[in-house]
Design a protein around this ligand. Structure first.
Ligand SMILES: N[C@@H](CCC(=O)N[C@@H](CS)C(=O)NCC(=O)O)C(=O)O
Length: 215
């Protein structure tokens, strides 16, 4: 039984395990209550961020690395195309762009928007993070003009990765998405495994219940 600590990007891990049919349990971690008051979680990840997993004697952080670990250890799975598959390069690129390009930059745009003191909201770093997000989003838009999923015709873990970055941007960071991205998110949301993951992750369900209206 694999334990996932924390929602947020832990949603990616839960969704992946639902797609793969792996048994797991979710242990919520409330970062707003102050992770310094959660010694049980700090024993798992002393750096105090989520998600983390525990699988037997394996403890890991970093959602994309966790997904790669689970697919490698419990696969093979069509969620991860093989290295010689023609879709592998796009898969690999968007698997990482979903976090390093989209979510990481949207996280700081949203942080400034939601948590910074009024006078510090519009600052150089927040504008830089938004500019980085938008340039990476352009690659997603271009790819979705060519194929229904980011690696090609089939759904892969790259879509799980990018989904979180787009949701974070749309909701938390207040960045309006285009029609292609909104249709893509709706398409992903129709998957049964996604729906099961959302029932497990009630905090994300609540956060995404009211997405930013179309602009
Ligand atoms: N690159 C990491 C990012 C982890 C991350 O920033 N998680 C957020 C919540 S989704 C968090 O714990 N933020 C609080 C912090 O970083 O201290 C991943 O993909 O897991």
């Amino acid at each position: 039984m694999i334990t996932v600590f924390g929602e947020g990007r832990g949603f990616r891990v839960v969704w992946l395990m639902e797609e793969m049919g792996l048994p797991y349990r979710l242990r919520p971690v409330d970062l707003r209550a102050g992770v310094e008051n959660n010694p049980e979680f700090l024993a798992i990840n002393p750096a105090g961020f989520i998600p983390a997993i525990q699988d037997g004697d394996v403890t890991m952080v970093e959602s994309i690395a966790i997904m790669e670990y689970l697919m490698a250890r419990y696969g093979p799975t069509p969620l991860a195309p093989a290295p010689h598959d023609p879709t592998f390069p796009a898969y690999q690129q968007f698997l990482h762009l979903g976090e390093a390009g989209l979510a990481a930059s949207a996280f700081f745009v949203g942080g400034a928007r939601n948590f910074a003191p009024e006078a510090e909201r519009d600052n150089w770093s927040a504008r830089q993070a938004l500019s980085v997000f938008k340039s990476r989003l352009g690659l997603v838009t271009r790819q979705l003009e060519r194929t229904p999923y980011l690696a090609g015709d089939a759904f892969t873990a790259a879509d799980i990765s990018a989904h979180f970055g787009l949701q974070l941007a749309q909701g938390f960071a207040g960045v309006p998405l285009g029609e292609a991205e909104r249709a893509y998110l709706a398409r992903l949301g129709e998957r049964d495994a996604y729906k099961r993951a959302l029932e497990t992750c009630q905090a994300m369900k609540a956060a995404w219940a009211d997405p930013a209206p179309p602009q």
